[in-house]
Design a protein around this ligand. Sequence first.
Ligand code: 26V
Length: 818
Amino acid sequence: TIGEKADEIGLSKEKIKKDFLQKLFYQLGRVPAVTTSNDLYTALALTVRDRVLRQFVRSTEEFSKKNSRGIAYFSAEYLPGPHLGNNLLNLEIVDETREALKELDLELDEIIEQEVEPGLGNGGLGRLASCYMDSLATLGIPAIGYGIRYEFGIFKQEIKEGWQSEATDKWLHYGNPWEVIRPEVSYVVKFGGRTIHSTNENNKYAVEWEPESEVVGTAYDTPVLGYQSNGIIMRLWKAEATESFDFSVYNMGDYYKAVEKKVRSENITKVLYPNDENLSGKELRLRQQYFFVSCSLQDMIRLNFVQGRKLEEFHEKFAIQLNDTHPSIAVAELMRLLVDEHEMEWKQAWKITRNTFAYTNHTLLPEALEKWSVSLMGRLLPRHLEIIYEINSRFLHELREKGLSGEQIARMSLIDEHGEPSVRMAHLATVGSFRVNGVSQLHSRLLKTQVLNDFAEIWPDKFTNVTNGVAHRRFLAVSNPGLSRLITEKIGNGWLTDLTTLKRLEKFADDEIFQKQWMEVKLENKKLLSQLLEERAGVKIDPTMLFDVQVKRIHEYKRQHLMLLHILDLYLKIKDGKGENIAPSAFIFAGKAAPGYFMAKLIIRLVTAVADLVNNDKDVNKILKVAFLPNFSVKQAQRVYPAADLSEQISMAGKEASGTGNMKFALNGALTIGTLDGANVEIREEVGEENFFLFGQTTEEVQETRRLGYRPSKYYEEQEDLERVLDFLVSGELGNGDHELFRPLYNNLLQQDPYQLLKDFKSYCERKHEIHQIWKDQKEWTRRSILNVSRVGKFSSDRSILEYCQNIWNVEPVKLRD
Ligand code: 26V
């Protein structure tokens, strides 16, 4: 029977309870009467981990029997979010576990709450990597995610006197029950020194790299479980000192010097760089990138041999997906391993390399395109610089043969000769890959026609699009149980494995009973978020207000400040007694600013200043509330999306590569106000233009505006509302009477306004006005909300991964079931 089987593989209530108690006793030395909440969490996590590992082991066996092509996802960042709830869902033992704990007088939700998530990424790119891990596992693709085990993840954000302050993220402090250390899986990685070119005994030209230092990378595996069965691993590398290098010094008696070296080696994986979309060119960052790439490639070559394959077949056995250029030094490293260490001919090595890598671009922002100065690269990775020069000289030769102009060739070179010579990593990744993709239709088109246009012209077939997607099991099934239950009641649970079946909800959009249930679920979610906001932001919010939400990294191009200008406009109208058309609204913000990004930090300061003003003004605070939820993370995100009514996706067109929060909001029933940017374009296409609040210039219009010489002050002069709002910024009424506090923002907007807020302000406000009128008709709003959800089936990461399989990797899912 099913019951017996569940018992056998440990999925019954009794088995879970028994194991939980055993973990508590034998692993943690505790009995239920004397425990801390962390003990309970750890015991449950270990209980679940055993079951997850079982699936992983079975999948691995299955994969190796089939001998199918494997995918290695190379990413410097992952944001897996809390594991426990997700794993319970995927094992389908949520109810059994809840019951088992109840019998011990314990509450599952309280235990889940204890988990500290691994914040090993900055934002969209890292979270996307984890969504893809989820779908790779669910679909049964033989895959492994390689990355870095940062000891400190993204900083913890606190708000002090309205400003962001940063604290270190000690996510490993209470231990990490999900990972399995693999001391035997470790590799040496070299740095610095010099290369020696010679002809060896067989009269073969050979290059030896004599490094200045070495470190060892050790594997830490975290199993990632897919829905109902398969498991894959995320393999993260931690850096340590090598014995040999230390001992040579140690033997000479200089113990302290040896220890110092050890400490320096461990620095490599100490901390995640908290910048996104902005390059700092720091040596340690390049060390991190090379370190994890080298460990991962060595690991793959070992696997290739373990499986009894020849190195010549490497690209048939593996495809490597580069998550942005962060791991792109891999192109040179694979060449080095093949040519120098395995004595392969350059031509053959190059063929293998070019057929192994595929590159995903995630940003067009010029300041985020990675470049490494030739002098730094030469100092840290002397052999790789030589290899890059060799790749480049062969590549430029090819271009010359094609008859390209000198100017075009200079533009395409892997080396940028303007100013300080530097290596253009996006060019290296493009030349070294068989496929290059953007992350939404618009972004992929811009990639082809602008940033990598020269390359797309010579290799049109290399370029493709894969629109991003999100792990809908985490962002709907786990995080919004109320809505999930309601959906499943109506259409069954097929949506868990095929999100497009949400379409079946469409016919209930006008069903008044269903609408009412839908509204009740939303209201419950809003109550929960209100509680959280009261605790964390000290703001009391009436849950019946319109929850108007913008959560994402703080960046000028995302235009959080456009939303703020609008809030101030509403504030001033209410003060004037002209607020009759405004729907009671709670404006909710969250997101981190890069610690060195002054403007972004000032925008956070403006949110808190506006919140202070609005929330404490008796004329206004019945109609408007503003809150900044500190320390946005996956855990927080899972509480925010289910409670949102309106999703703000208001970046300047052409700047947001895709966005993925936009998808998570829509999936949870929020309507979107947005520009034609990134995946917004495709969301609008899916949900229907009548169900999407569009505003602002298109990408082409933005470029035309700039070409014609954009003068932001014109809009200030022509629009009274705008003038009033901008002047208010420096009136002293914000930020405790300090006129100068927001002057930099004011000046920036009036003088440059690089993201053209002032130009889009009017159409944004008009759309908001319309939204407030529709909000008053709750049935109409709910109808649109249901339609939105029923039409976003495309945005599951399952669909994205299937596209990668078909158009890029050429692999087929291997589904395994009990
Ligand atoms: C960039 C850089 C630049 C160099 C220094 C360190 C660093 C660290 C992270 C990044 C990531 C920037 C790229 C990024 O996160 N792009 C986002 O990718 C999402 C997933 O494709 C996409 O939805 C967002 O629109 C895009 O901004």
